[in-house]
Structures are given as structure tokens and as C-alpha cells.
Design a protein around this ligand. Structure first.
Ligand SMILES: Nc1nc2c(c(=O)[nH]1)N[C@H]1C(S)=C(S)[C@@H](COP(=O)(O)O)O[C@H]1N2
Ligand SMILES: [Mo]
Length: 423
């Protein structure tokens, strides 16, 4: 499927450049400059210890304007309108991230939507006939699908571009906590598109959120929306109305959101209100100026729009945690990949010189994570670094460095977790 996606994007980009496709008057360079000016993570803000994820100082009495659920400091680190899950808080919580611990990434604020009034409008030139509308009860009456999947921000791990690689990138300074795995229940998007009368030659769908219009650096980008190629839309995408057995919470898209397994979180549009369908490629700032890779090693127009997530691993551990020497400790963590299931996890307790296998506690599945553990009996006291690296079923292993991109997406390198061994 990867090569199909590339071929598809080349075709689409060609059409865009020759103005066959709608581009909504986007000027990439202009937007990028404005975005960098508005939300730059400078070396200074991201320079804290790995894992410390120095929060953007709150500007008002509310530490995360627009997030409705409680954000206790031992569970979340707040970054502006976003809240990052703290990894130590996941230890012992089970396979699925509890809803109260799941990270929140909001472009603006969580909207108050009434499930009774809500409906999903499916429209556009990609339909054989006129538009279709589905209320929540209509969706609930359709065949039910349930699956576990992560939602992970494309910028997860971004702060390590700066703290490990000394590079300046723009965007929210996430540590590794912009990910959660939930059991999602809903209806396949394919089922809804089929009932709406999707044409065989449709190429893109464009789901759009009901949250407020987003502007960045004074430029109005409109409502959050990102085109999704039909091949993915008809594959494993869900319109989810339940998260871990509860109605979707307000902050996570109530009453209905998309869940696009294995792909960057931006694809999983929350509070979805309408889906445009098209036989021509569609564009929005979220697949042109944002969520592509830009930088010296990428083409001027950027990489293809981001799709799958990279391989990552995290310890369920405080940064700078202290361990007693000569006692045996159980290290725990989780690894995941958008490229397949996790095949192997290795850990190093000596800064990367020696590696050994961690024990996996779950059957690895694509689009989800696996919990792991390893015993450690430190001998020498003083500072140490713990490393974990995973390999997925496609054969990708976490590298030592991630190639720079301006917006700090898809950090996948091994993260060095500092700890102290007490005598
Ligand atoms: N409508 C809408 N959908 C959205 C967003 C948003 O701000 N508005 N944020 C996106 C991004 S960037 C991510 S990473 C995920 C985060 O989902 P969560 O807040 O449920 O963890 O939602 C995506 N869907
Ligand atoms: Mo995101």
C-alpha cells in the first residue's frame, strides 16, 4: 500500500501544480513563515531534560484553555491548548489508555455539541446522487465495528529534535506523551460512504470538524480538515462513537470522530460534521503546508503528505528517576509503530553500548502498542541513561537520529532517558 500511496500523491501533486486540483489559495512559504512566527518552539523552550517537556506557561487561570476534563499535574503536561499524557502515569494502567489519561490535541477549544442535534452530512462530486445525512441513531443502527488503535500526534517526540539533536523546529514541544491507545467502537467509514452512494472514481474524502475556525499567525485556515485518500477511507477507518466503552468524551470528539489507524493523529478528525467527497484531489492547509516534511533533504514542495507513524518506544518512568544500586528493578514501557506490528524491543541500561531483549506482554498488533518489561540491577552509582528501541514487522528499527524537518514531525529515533543510580 505504501507504494500506491506514493504513486497517488505524485499524481495528485502533479494535478495540483497544473491547477487541476483545488488548492484553496494556499501559499506554502507564506504560511510556513507565519506558522513559525506564531508557534515556534525555540531551542530555549525545548531545551529542558528529555521527558521534562517544559510546559508553555499558562496565560490565564485555566491551564489548558478549552479542554474540559481535569488535567492533574501528575497525569498531564499542558502545552497551550493541548495536554500531554505523562508516561509515569501509565504504569500499571492496563493496555488501553483510560479516557481520563488520554492526551488532548486541540487546535482551538473543545466545542459543546449535543448528540441529539448532531448529524453527519456527506456531500460533493464524489457521490452518484445528492447528499446524505446520518444522525447518531442512524450510525448506531449500522453494523458495529470495534478495534484497538492508537491516536498519536505527528509531532509526538518533537522536543527531542532540540534536546537530543540540537535542532530548532516549530510546533508544540511534545515529549513522548502525545499518544494513547483506546478501544474504539463505531461504524466503518466505508459502510457510510457506500450508503451515501460513493462513486467508483472518487479519489478523496475531506472530513471536517465542527470546532471553531483555526487561525495561525493572523492567517485564517478555516475549520480543521484533512483530505483522506479513498483507498484508506475504505480500508480500516472508523467513525467512532465510543471510546473504551463510554460515549466519546467531549475532548476526544463527542459525539463522533474519525479514527484512522496507524496514521498521523491529524487524520482522525474529531467532532466530524461533514465529509466532502470528490473525483478530483482535494487540498487543505493540513495536507499542503502542514503535515509534510520540509527541510534541506526534502523536495521544495515537501514530502508526500504524512500517512503512517514511525516506530517509537517509551519508558513508564519519570525523567531523572532514582534507582538503588545492587537492587533489582523492573523497567516497564511500551512500543508501537504505524508501519506494522512491533516485532522486537531491546533495551540498553548503559547508554547504548549493550542491548538485550525486553519481554513483551501483549500480542503485537498493527496500529497499536505492546507493553514490555525488563529487569535491571544497576551496580555503579551515578547518572545513567536508559534506552529502548523497537523493530516492527516491516523491519524498521528505531535509529540513533531522525533526519531533520522544519516542523519536527515523525521523530522516531531512540530517546535517551536519564536516571540516577543511588549508592
Ligand atoms: N476537529 C478536530 N479534529 C482534530 C484536531 C482538532 O484540533 N480538531 N486535532 C487533531 C490532531 S493534530 C490530533 S493529534 C488528534 C488528537 O486526538 P485527541 O485529542 O483525541 O487525543 O486529533 C486530531 N483531530
Ligand atoms: Mo496532531
Amino acid at each position: 500500500m505504501t507504494s500506491d500511496e506514493r504513486a497517488y500523491d505524485r499524481r495528485r501533486l502533479g494535478q495540483w501544480l497544473t491547477r487541476e486540483a483545488r488548492a484553496d489559495g494556499i501559499d506554502r512559504r507564506h504560511l510556513l513563515k507565519l506558522l513559525a512566527a506564531a508557534g515556534a518552539v525555540t531551542g530555549a523552550t525545548a531545551a529542558g531534560a528529555p521527558g521534562a517537556a517544559a510546559a508553555v506557561p499558562a496565560t490565564g487561570p485555566d491551564p489548558a484553555p478549552g479542554i474540559l476534563k481535569p488535567l492533574p499535574a501528575d497525569r498531564f503536561t499542558v502545552h497551550g491548548t493541548n495536554a500531554e499524557t505523562r508516561w509515569p502515569a501509565l504504569r500499571g494502567t492496563g493496555y488501553h489508555t483510560p479516557n481520563g489519561l488520554f492526551f488532548v490535541r486541540n487546535h482551538t477549544v473543545t466545542p459543546a455539541l449535543d448528540a441529539g442535534d448532531w448529524s453527519l452530512r456527506v456531500w460533493g462530486g464524489g457521490l452518484r446522487g445528492g447528499e446524505a445525512a446520518f444522525g447518531l441513531d442512524d450510525l448506531r443502527a449500522l453494523p458495529v465495528t470495534e478495534r484497538s488503535a492508537f491516536v498519536e500526534c505527528a509531532g509526538n517526540g518533537r522536543s527531542f529534535f532540540t534536546s537530543q539533536q540540537g535542532e530548532t523546529v516549530s510546533g508544540t514541544s511534545w515529549s513522548l506523551g502525545a499518544i494513547g491507545v483506546a478501544r474504539w467502537r463505531g461504524v466503518r467509514l466505508a459502510e457510510v460512504l457506500r450508503r451515501a452512494g460513493l462513486r467508483g472514481d472518487a479519489v478523496d474524502v475531506l472530513p471536517r470538524g465542527l470546532d471553531a475556525e483555526y487561525s495561525s499567525g493572523g492567517v485564517a485556515l478555516g475549520r480543521v480538515r484533512r483530505p483522506l485518500p479513498v483507498a484508506k477511507a475504505l480500508d480500516d477507518v472508523l467513525l467512532a462513537y465510543e471510546m473504551n466503552g463510554e460515549p466519546l468524551p467531549p475532548d476526544h470528539g463527542h459525539p463522533v470522530r474519525l479514527v484512522v489507524p496507524s496514521w498521523v493523529g491529524i487524520a482522525s478528525i474529531k467532532w466530524v460534521g461533514d465529509i466532502e467527497t470528490s473525483t478530483r484531489p482535494l487540498y487543505s492547509p493540513w495536507n499542503t503546508d502542514l503535515y509534510r516534511l520540509f527541510g534541506p533533504t526534502y523536495p521544495a514542495e515537501g514530502s508526500a503528505p504524512l500517512t503512517r507513524q514511525t516506530v517509537k518506544s517509551a519508558f513508564e518512568l519519570e525523567p531523572n528517576a532514582t534507582f538503588a544500586a545492587r537492587a533489582t528493578h523492573r523497567l516497564t514501557g511500551r512500543s508501537w509503530s504505524g508501519g506494522g506490528s512491533v516485532r522486537r524491543v531491546e533495551i540498553s541500561t548503559d547508554g547504548g553500548a549493550a542491548w538485550r531483549r525486553a519481554r513483551l506482554h501483549d500480542t503485537p498488533r498493527p496500529g497499536s502498542w505492546v507493553r514490555w518489561s525488563a529487569e535491571w540491577t544497576p551496580t555503579a552509582s551515578g547518572p545513567a541513561e536508559l534506552l529502548a528501541r523497537a523493530t516492527d514487522s516491516a523491519g524498521s528499527t528505531q535509529p540513533e537520529r531522525t533526519v531533520f524537518n522544519e516542523q519536527g514531525y515523525l521523530f522516531g529515533a531512540v530517546v535517551r532517558h536519564p536516571v540516577t543510580v543511588a549508592p
